[in-house]
Design a protein around this ligand. Structure first.
Ligand SMILES: *[C@@H]1O[C@H](CO)[C@@H](O)[C@H](O)[C@H]1NC(C)=O
Ligand SMILES: *[C@@H]1O[C@H](CO)[C@@H](O)[C@H](O)[C@H]1NC(C)=O
Ligand SMILES: *[C@@H]1O[C@H](CO)[C@@H](O)[C@H](O)[C@H]1NC(C)=O
Length: 444
C-alpha cells in the first residue's frame, strides 16, 4: 500500500511543475515515524461484540491492559472489526495502534451519570465550562508515547446529543468530555478515522509534542455547542493536514491556557503547521485563542478551503490573558460565504474567575496573512487591538474579499499597526504604512 502510493506520487511528479508540487505536496507528517506492529490482537479476542447494544467497556480495558503489561516489542495493534462497539470511556496505553476497520464504529454510551471525572488542567485552573473537575474524554491518553489511531475510515462516535442538550438546558454539573484527549504525550498519529458527534471538543492534544493528525474527517451538526474540530493546546511540533472538518465551532483552534492559570503554567503552543484543511462552521475556520496565556508562536496555516463560515481566520485574545501571539503565517485561504473574512480581536472570551489580572495584557505581533480570496463575505475584516497593548506587525497582502450586494462593509481597525499590499477592499488607514512590500515579503 505504502509502496503503491509512493510510486503514484513519483509518477505524478512527472506532470506537475516543481513549484506547484511544493505547494500541493508539502507535508510535515513525517515528524512521527510510522512503526509496524508485529503483534496484533482483536477486540473480539477479549469478548468484544459489535452488535450496537452490548457494552464493551471490559473488552476495551482488558485488551489495553494486556498491551500495557505484556509490552510486546514494537508495540501492539488492537483491531476493531466491522460492527458497532458500544463502550464507556477508556484509557489508551503507550506503544499501541487502535485500528478501526472499514465499517467499525466505536460508540460512546450516553450514560452521563456514571461518566468518570478527572482533575482540571493546571493551565485552566478549572473545567473550561464549569468550575471543578471535568468529565474524562471518551478516549483518553495521559503520559503516553507512540500511539496511533488509524484504519480504513472507521468511526469514533461520541453520541454527543445528550451532552448538548444538558448544555442547552443548563443541567451540566461539570465540563463536557472531549471525544479524544492526549495529555502529556508524544509521538501521536491520528489518521484515516471519522470522528462524529463529540460531546465537546473533538481532538484535544494538551501538553503534547510530535503529534500528526491527517486524513481525518470530523463531523458534528452546525448547531452543536463547542464541538471544536482540533484544538492543539500548550503543545509543540504539531502537524495537521489533509482533513475535512465540519462542526458547530472552530475547525482548528490553537490554545495555550487560560488567564492567571495559563500564565503560571507557562506552556506555549509552538511550531504548528495546518495545511490543506477543508470545512464549514458557524464559527472560525482557522482560530488562535482565545485561551492564549502560555503564548502561541511559530504557526503556519496554508491551503485552507472554507464555506459557510462565521469567520475565515480568527485570532482572539483578551485582557487578563497575558502571554503572546507572534510569528503567525496564514496563506492561501479560500472562503465562500462568511460573516467575516478576517477578525483579530483583543476582547474575546470569558475568564475562569474574578481573580484574573486586568494588567496582564497579551502581546500580539507579527501576524502575516497572505493570499486570501473570499466571495460572499459580509464584512471584510476587523482588527481591534488593546489600548494598553496595540497589535503590531500586522501584515496583509494579496487579499480580495468580495461582499454580497448591499451588506458589504469595509475594514474596521483600532489600536493596530502594520502594512498592507494589494488588499481589497482598501484596508484601514492604520495598515497603510509605506514600505509594506518589504516588510511582508521578508517573512514569507
Ligand atoms: C517544527 O516542525 C517541523 C515539522 O512541521 C519539524 O520538521 C521541525 O523539526 C520542528 N522544529 C523544531 C525546532 O522542533
Ligand atoms: C484513566 O485515566 C485517568 C486519567 O489519567 C485516571 O484518572 C483513570 O483512573 C483511568 N481509568 C482507568 C479505568 O484506568
Ligand atoms: C479516508 O478518508 C480520508 C479523508 O476523506 C481520505 O483521504 C482517505 O483516502 C480515506 N482512506 C481510506 C482508507 O478510505
Amino acid at each position: 500500500m505504502w509502496r503503491l502510493s509512493v510510486s503514484i506520487f513519483l509518477f505524478s511528479c512527472l506532470f506537475v511543475s516543481s513549484s506547484s508540487l511544493g505547494d500541493s505536496e508539502a507535508t510535515c507528517s513525517g515528524i512521527v515515524p510510522l512503526r509496524y506492529r508485529y503483534d496484533k490482537i482483536s477486540i473480539t479476542d477479549f469478548g468484544g461484540v459489535g452488535d450496537g447494544r452490548t457494552v464493551n467497556t471490559k473488552a476495551f480495558r482488558a485488551a489495553i491492559y494486556r498491551i500495557q503489561h505484556l509490552k510486546r516489542r514494537g508495540g501492539t495493534l488492537l483491531y476493531i472489526p466491522p460492527g458497532v462497539y458500544l463502550t464507556e470511556s477508556f484509557n489508551l496505553t503507550s506503544h499501541m495502534t487502535l485500528y478501526l476497520a472499514k465499517g467499525a464504529v466505536i460508540r460512546a454510551v450516553q450514560d452521563t451519570w456514571n461518566w468518570p471525572l478527572i482533575d482540571p488542567l493546571p493551565s485552566y485552573g478549572r473545567g473550561r465550562e464549569l468550575p471543578g473537575g471535568r468529565y474524562m474524554s471518551f478516549i483518553h491518553g495521559d503520559g503516553l508515547r507512540d500511539v496511533v489511531i488509524t484504519g480504513q475510515n472507521g468511526t469514533i462516535d461520541g453520541q454527543g446529543e445528550v451532552w448538548w442538550n444538558m448544555w442547552r438546558s443548563r443541567t451540566l454539573k461539570y465540563t463536557r468530555p472531549n471525544l479524544i484527549e492526549f495529555k502529556d504525550s508524544k509521538e501521536i498519529i491520528i489518521s484515516n478515522v471519522i470522528f462524529q458527534n463529540s460531546p465537546f471538543w473533538n481532538i484535544h492534544p494538551v501538553y503534547c509534542s510530535n503529534v500528526v493528525i491527517h486524513h481525518v474527517t470530523i463531523l458534528a451538526p452546525q448547531d452543536s455547542p463547542n464541538t471544536d474540530g482540533i484544538d492543539p493546546d500548550s503543545s509543540y511540533n504539531v502537524c495537521i493536514e489533509d482533513s475535512y472538518i465540519s462542526t458547530g465551532d472552530d475547525l482548528v483552534a490553537i490554545k495555550s491556557g487560560w488567564d492567571q492559570y495559563g500564565i503560571a503554567y507557562g506552556r506555549p503552543s509552538s511550531n504548528i503547521t495546518i495545511r490543506r484543511i477543508t470545512g464549514s462552521s458557524p464559527f472560525a475556520g482557522i482560530a488562535i485563542g482565545s485561551e492564549t496565556s502560555g503564548g502561541i508562536k511559530n504557526i503556519i496555516a496554508e491551503h485552507i478551503t472554507l464555506s459557510n463560515m462565521g469567520v475565515g481566520v480568527n485570532i482572539k485574545t483578551n485582557i487578563g490573558r497575558g502571554g503572546y501571539i507572534k510569528n503567525i503565517k496564514i496563506s492561501d485561504v479560500y472562503v465562500d460565504t462568511a460573516k467575516y473574512g478576517i477578525k483579530i480581536a483583543g476582547d474575546t472570551g470569558d475568564h475562569p474567575d474574578e481573580n484574573y489580572n486586568p494588567n496582564a495584557l497579551p502581546v500580539v505581533k507579527g501576524i502575516h496573512i497572505k493570499n486570501v480570496w473570499g466571495v460572499n463575505v459580509r464584512n471584510a475584516g476587523s482588527i481591534q487591538g488593546l489600548k494598553g497593548s496595540p497589535f503590531t506587525g500586522i501584515c496583509l497582502s494579496e487579499i480580495n474579499l468580495h461582499g454580497s450586494l448591499n451588506s458589504y462593509k469595509t475594514w474596521k481597525c483600532s489600536d493596530v499597526s502594520g502594512t498592507s499590499l494589494k488588499v481589497s477592499p482598501w484596508p484601514c488607514s492604520e495598515l497603510r504604512t509605506t514600505g509594506g512590500s518589504n516588510l511582508c515579503s521578508s517573512t514569507f
